[in-house]
Design a protein around this ligand. Structure first.
Ligand code: UDX
Length: 491
């Protein structure tokens, strides 16, 4: 009987369950990880919410793409909300709350049945869970109860992760709460490694609280601390970019694997399998992609266009949109601007758009709902990126050697923009203000005045990124170690 059992045990291939938070910036980099594991022959079950699944099937060809990987399965779970509930801006909080309340028993039920739900014949069991670190405690509890190793994946920057991790220290040092607008420039000295440049206004939005008992603050701190109890932690970053901060993280989470920038890493590993010439950046989009902007870019001069996008979640008032619009037009530069249909809060189109804006935009601008961003950033006509400093966008910009103007919206974005402006010197931080004069000035500074300087620093950071994902580089080696860990998981 024993002999039979051992034989069975060794015949099953390890299978990983990957479970992202249902937002574009989480789903796409976790799909990139799934593809990297697929390339290594690991069986993956990718679990999306019904909502994200429907949109992925509608806008991206992921089913066909992943069919190339043996054992790859796409599965779904409810986020607990009605399908027509809004899911951008602040509403993402409801999604998180709803999932924390409803997901665990459902997922536990799925994980407890062998084969038919989450697995296949050759790999019927989930032998390892890679969960979005946002679900830190949920994943750890499931892992403990079902005896499955759990790995956390954080889609945020290491610098943000480290601030979340340091929240108890910040509170102990009495550096939180923040006392009004006048307090925003105060230095925060209790986050190791950031003593010399961190201000209240640079803290991740969930840490910019007026009450130290703020539930959101304690939620992110608690979930982040859970990563020290996971088997390991995966970060989409690289040692030459965030190494000093990752060293601090490793004092609590010793097995921290930096394997990014994932999109560049995937490109390298795919090139070993298919011929490089046929490779195009994979699309994991949950929005309808408008490719017509590429032809427009083709007809623009070298590095003449400022690309403007605020990611998948940002919502702004119409007034703010108009300040950006005037600023862009007054800068006299060409611009490609992503305005998602759900980006502007309140009534749109009620007021007249000034004729001069319409005329200038027709002449040198291009407005669209969603673009193939990796390709846009890699296009020779793009010379700058006005961004909300989402982590994926930041990494994509670095790899493409495009300097940034940062207008952070929420979450990790305020600390990323501080690093971009102050530490990495890859652009300018425009946080907290939106005024047409400032937009105009910053665009001109970036595209004209400081062009040489930013070209040098972005080229260097991009070179380091490429080195880290190339064979022998730190991210490349770390991914190999992670793959080894996963291969050792058994059921
Ligand atoms: C969110 C958070 O903002 C981010 O900070 C966190 O780290 C991950 O989740 P999001 O706000 O959407 O993500 O920004 P970002 O991380 O930049 O991700 C957006 C993704 O959408 C990028 O990969 C970008 O290439 C893609 N995108 C954006 C497009 O493909 N087309 C577009 O028009 C705009």
């Amino acid at each position: 009987h024993m002999a039979h059992q051992t034989a069975t045990v060794q015949n099953f291939t390890p299978r990983v369950l990957i479970f992202p938070f249902p937002a574009q910036g989480h789903v796409n980099c976790m799909l990139q990880l799934a593809e990297l594991l697929g390339l290594a022959g690991i069986h993956v079950t990718f679990l999306n919410t019904d909502h994200v699944h429907r949109r992925l099937l509608q806008h991206a060809d992921i089913q066909a793409r992943f069919a190339a990987y043996p054992g790859f399965l796409l599965r779904t779970i409810s986020d607990g909300l009605p399908e027509d509930d809004p899911r951008s801006g602040n509403e993402m909080r409801h999604v998180l709350r709803s999932m924390l309340e409803t997901t665990k028993p459902v997922l536990k039920g799925m994980l407890s049945t062998c084969g038919d739900i989450l697995g296949s014949d050759s790999s019927p069991y989930i032998t390892c869970i890679i969960a979005d670190g946002i679900f830190g405690s949920l994943a750890n509890e499931l892992g403990n109860e079902l005896n499955i190793p759990v790995i956390h994946f954080r889609t945020i920057s290491a610098c943000c992760f480290w601030i979340y991790f340091s929240v108890p220290d910040i509170i102990k040092a009495e550096e939180l709460p923040i006392r009004g607008k006048e307090d925003m420039d105060r230095r925060i000295k209790s986050v190791a490694g950031m003593e010399t440049f961190l201000r209240c206004r640079d803290l991740p939005s969930f840490c910019q609280v007026s009450d130290e008992m703020d539930p959101q603050l304690h939620l992110v701190a608690r979930e982040t601390r859970q990563s020290s109890r996971a088997q390991s932690l995966i970060l989409n970053t690289y040692e030459d970019l965030e190494g000093p901060i990752v060293s601090h993280i490793r004092t609590h989470c010793p097995k921290t694997y930096t394997i990014g920038p994932l999109h560049a890493h995937l490109k390298v590993r795919l090139a070993k399998n298919v011929s490089t010439s046929t490779y195009t950046p994979s699309s994991n989009s949950i929005f309808e992609v408008d490719r017509s902007c590429m032809a427009w870019l083709d007809s623009q001069p070298f590095k003449s266009v400022i690309y403007v996008s605020f990611g998948s979640i940002t919502v702004m008032k119409r007034d703010t949109l108009m300040e950006f619009w005037h600023g862009l037009v007054n800068s006299n530069k060409r611009f490609l601007w992503v305005v998602r249909p759900d980006m502007v809060a309140g009534e749109v189109g009620n007021d007249e758009i000034p004729a001069e804006l319409v005329a200038a935009t027709r002449e040198r601008g291009y407005l669209t709902g969603w673009v193939p961003q990796e390709e846009v950033l890699a296009h020779g006509a793009v010379g700058g990126f006005l961004t909300h400093s989402g982590w994926n966008s930041t990494l994509e910009s670095i790899v493409a050697e495009v300097p940034m103007i940062c207008w952070p919206y929420f979450a990790d974005q305020p600390i990323i923009s501080r690093y971009v402006g102050e530490v990495w010197k890859l652009g300018m931080d425009m946080k907290g203000v939106c005024d047409r004069k400032i937009v105009e000035k910053m665009v001109n500074d970036l595209m004209v005045e400081r062009r040489e300087e930013s070209a040098r620093s972005t080229a260097e950071m991009a070179r380091l990124a490429r080195n880290s994902v190339n064979e022998g580089g730190s991210s490349y080696c770390n991914l190999d170690k992670l793959i080894e860990d996963i291969r050792l998981t058994r059921k």
